[in-house]
Design a protein around this ligand. Structure first.
Ligand code: ATP
Ligand code: MG
Length: 587
C-alpha cells in the first residue's frame, strides 16, 4: 500500500489515464454480472415452458452484444493500465540512470555493478508490476468479489453463498503462500543463474590465462558444480509450481461440490429454482479469479515495496562532492596552488596524501614521480575534485577548488586516467568523445600528436574502425595513445596525464613528449610517470613517497641532490643501455 502511495506523483500525473482505465474496469465488472442472471432466468423459463422464440433470440443477441462490448472494454483497460505502468518503468529507469551518472567514485567503490544492475532489471519491473497488476487486482478483486457476493446473497440464497464460500479463503491463502514460496525459490534460482553467467563470462574472457596455466579441466569441473547447483535450484522452483495448480484445483473443486450438493438440496426443497442454481454456479466461477488475485496482490505489493525501498535508498544517496549554490563558473586560465593538503579517501584509515604543497604557474609542466602506491594518481583525482577535498587547500587560478562549479572544472581540465577505458564505438567517436563536433582533421591532428596516426593508417577502416568490447583488438599501447588523443583534442588549459606513457616504447614516448612540449606551450600540463624520462623536461618535478613530497626541483637539481630520483634515473638509463646493447647484439 505504502508503495502505491509513494508512486502518487505518477498517478497524479497520469490521472486521466488511470481514471478512465479504472472506470472501464469497473464497468466491465458490472456488466459481467448480467449474463449469469440472464442464463438462470432462461433456464427457469425453459423448465416452466414460458420461453418464447422472440425472447430467446433477444436474449442471445443481448449476450452476444455484451460479449463484444466486454471484449473491447477489456482491451481498452488493459492498454490504459498496463501501458501506464510500462511508462512508469521507463520513467524510473531514466531517473535511476541519471542519478547514477551524478554519483562520484566513492559511491561505486562500495557497491557492486551487478547489484546496481539488479535494481534496474529486477526491482524496477517489480515496481512496475505494483503499478500495473497491483492497481488492477486491488480495484478488480475487491470490487468484483464484493459485487458478486452481494448479488449471490441478494438474488439467490445467503446460506448457500456462505456454505460455498467456506473453501475460498484457503484459495487466497494458498495462492499467497505458494506465491511467496515460488518467489523466494525463484530468487535463489536467479542468483544461481547469475553466478553461472559470471563463471561463463570470466572463463571466456580469461580463456588465455586458463590455457596458459593448464586449468581447463579444473575450470570445466568447477563449471559443472555451478551448473548442477543451478539445476537444483530450478528444480525446487518447478516443485512448487507443480504443487500450485493441483492444490488450487482441489480447493475450487470443494467449493463447487458444496455449491452443487447443498444447492441441489435447496432446489429439491424448493427454496431456490433450478435457474438460481445454474446462475449461482456461474457466479461462483466468477469469484475464483478475485480470490486468486487477492493472494497475488499480497505478494505483488510485498515485492513492490521491498523493491521500491531498495530503489529509494539508492536515489536518496547524495553525491559526496557537492556543487555550492554560488559556484564560480568562470575561472581565468592559470595557476595551480596546493597548500598543506592532507587527503584521506572516504572510509580509509590512513591519508593517501600528506601536507602536499606546491605552486605551478600557468604554462608550466609538472612531473610527479614516486614508487607505486605513493599517491600520484590520488593527486590527479584530487585536482579533478572526484572526492571531497578539505576547504581552502587547493586553488585553481586563485579560486578554491570547492567553489568552482564541477562543469567548469571539467571543462578546464583534460584527463587521461591511468586505467584507460575506450567505449565500444569507432576510434573516431572515441577520440571525439569530449567534443562530438570535432572535424575529421582535428581528430587526425590529435591522433598524430599522440603518435597514433601511423597505426591508424594501417587499419583499413581508419577512424571508422570499431573498438571491440573493452577494445580487445587494440594493443595496450594503442589504447593508451587513443586515450591521449581524446584528451589532447579538448585542448584544455590543464592537461593531466596519469602514467599515460607506460605502455609505449621509449622512442614513441620521446616523440609524444616533443609534441606535447610544442603543442602545450603556455598551458599547464601535469605528467605522472614511472619512467623518469617522461618528466625530465618538466619545470618542476615532485617525488612522492607514501603521500608526501620527499624531493622536488628540476631534473638537474634533483640529479645534483643525489636522492631517490638521481638513483632511479641512473638505473633506468643503465637499463636502457643494456636493452639497447642486447638489441644491437641480436642484429
Ligand atoms: P601507481 O604508480 O601504482 O599508479 P600511485 O602513486 O598512483 O600508484 P595511488 O593510486 O595514488 O598510487 O594510491 C595511493 C594510496 O592510496 C595507495 O596506498 C592506495 O592503496 C590508496 N588508494 C588508492 N585509491 C584508493 C581508493 N579509491 N580508496 C582508498 N584508498 C585508495
Ligand atoms: Mg597511479
Amino acid at each position: 500500500m505504502h508503495t502505491l502511495l509513494q508512486l502518487g506523483w505518477f498517478f497524479k500525473k497520469y490521472w486521466k489515464r488511470y481514471t478512465l482505465g479504472i472506470a472501464l474496469l469497473l464497468a466491465v465488472d458490472l456488466l459481467m454480472l448480467l449474463p449469469p442472471g440472464l442464463i438462470g432466468q432462461t433456464v427457469d423459463q425453459i423448465r416452466n415452458g414460458t420461453l418464447s422464440r422472440t425472447e430467446l433470440t433477444e436474449r442471445i443477441l443481448l449476450l452476444l452484444g455484451l460479449g463484444i462490448g466486454l471484449y473491447g472494454m477489456r482491451i481498452a483497460w488493459r492498454f490504459l493500465l498496463f501501458g501506464g505502468s510500462l511508462m512508469l518503468e521507463q520513467r524510473l529507469r531514466e531517473r535511476f540512470f541519471a542519478h547514477l551518472t551524478k554519483m562520484t567514485p566513492s559511491f561505486y567503490q562500495t557497491r557492486r555493478t551487478g547489484d546496481l544492475m539488479a535494481v534496474a532489471t529486477n526491482d524496477i519491473p517489480a515496481i512496475e508490476q505494483t503499478a500495473g497488476m497491483g492497481v488492477l487486482t486491488l480495484v478488480d478483486s475487491l470490487f468484483m468479489s464484493v459485487l458478486t457476493l452481494g448479488i449471490m446473497v441478494y438474488t439467490i440464497d445467503w446460506k448457500l453463498t456462505v456454505a460455498a464460500l467456506v473453501p475460498l479463503p484457503f484459495l487466497a491463502w494458498s495462492s499467497a503462500y505458494y506465491g511467496r514460496l515460488l518467489h523466494d525459490r525463484f530468487l535463489l534460482a536467479q542468483e544461481a543463474f547469475g553466478v553461472m553467467n559470471d563463471h561463463v563470462q570470466q572463463s571466456i574472457s580469461g580463456v588465455r590465462v586458463i590455457r596458459a596455466f593448464v586449468q581447463e579441466k579444473h575450470d570445466v569441473e568447477s563449471f559443472r558444480k555451478v551448473s548442477e547447483h543451478t539445476l537444483e535450484r530450478n528444480v525446487s522452483v518447478a516443485k512448487v509450481d507443480a504443487l500450485f495448480e493441483p492444490t488450487i484445483g482441489v480447493i475450487i473443486g470443494f467449493s463447487f461440490l458444496i455449491g452443487l450438493g447443498y444447492g441441489t438440496f435447496l432446489v429439491f426443497s424448493s427454496q431456490i429454482s433450478l435457474g438460481d442454481l445454474v446462475a449461482f454456479n456461474l457466479y461462483l466461477g466468477m469469484l475464483i479469479w478475485p480470490m486468486l488475485a487477492f493472494g497475488w496482490l499480497m505478494n505483488i505489493l510485498q515485492r513492490g515495496s521491498a523493491s521500491a525501498k531498495r530503489l529509494q535508498e539508492l536515489l536518496e544517496v547524495e553525491p559526496d562532492v557537492q556543487e555550492q549554490n554560488d559556484a564560480v563558473r568562470e575561472v581565468p586560465a592559470g595557476s595551480i596552488v596546493i597548500n598543506e593538503l592532507t587527503f584521506t579517501y572516504p572510509g580509509a584509515s590512513h591519508p593517501a596524501l600528506q601536507k602536499i604543497s606546491f605552486a605551478c604557474q600557468k604554462g608550466e609542466t609538472i612531473g610527479v614521480v614516486g614508487r607505486t602506491g605513493s599517491g600520484k594518481s590520488t593527486l590527479c583525482r584530487v585536482l579533478l575534485h572526484q572526492y571531497p577535498v578539505p576547504a581552502e587547500r587547493v586553488f585553481l587560478a586563485g579560486t578554491p577548488l570547492e567553489q568552482i562549479s564541477l562543469g567548469t572544472l571539467r571543462e578546464k581540465i583534460a584527463y587521461v586516467p591511468q586505467e584507460h577505458l575506450l567505449f565500444s564505438r569507432s576510434i573516431g567517436e572515441n577520440v571525439a568523445f569530449g567534443r562530438p563536433g570535432a572535424t575529421q582533421e582535428e581528430i587526425w591532428q590529435a591522433l598524430a600528436l599522440a603518435e597514433m596516426s601511423h597505426d591508424l593508417e594501417r587499419f583499413p577502416e581508419g577512424l571508422e574502425t570499431m573498438v571491440g568490447e573493452k577494445g580487445v583488438m587494440l594493443s595496450g599501447g594503442q589504447k593508451q595513445r587513443i586515450s591521449i588523443a581524446r584528451a589532447l583534442l579538448l585542448d584544455a588549459e590543464i592537461l593531466i596525464l596519469d602514467d599515460s606513457l607506460s605502455a609505449v616504447d621509449a622512442r614513441t614516448e620521446e616523440k609524444i613528449i616533443q609534441h606535447l612540449r610544442k603543442e602545450r606551450q603556455g598551458k599547464t600540463t601535469i605528467i605522472t610517470a614511472h619512467r623518469l624520462s617522461a618528466v625530465q623536461h618538466a619545470q618542476q618535478i615532485l617525488v612522492l613517497d607514501q603521500g608526501e613530497i620527499v624531493e622536488r626541483g628540476t631534473h638537474d637539481e634533483l640529479m645534483a641532490a643525489n636522492g631517490w630520483y638521481a638513483e632511479q634515473f641512473r638505473r633506468q638509463q643503465m637499463e636502457r643501455q643494456v636493452a639497447g646493447a642486447e638489441r644491437g647484439l641480436e642484429t
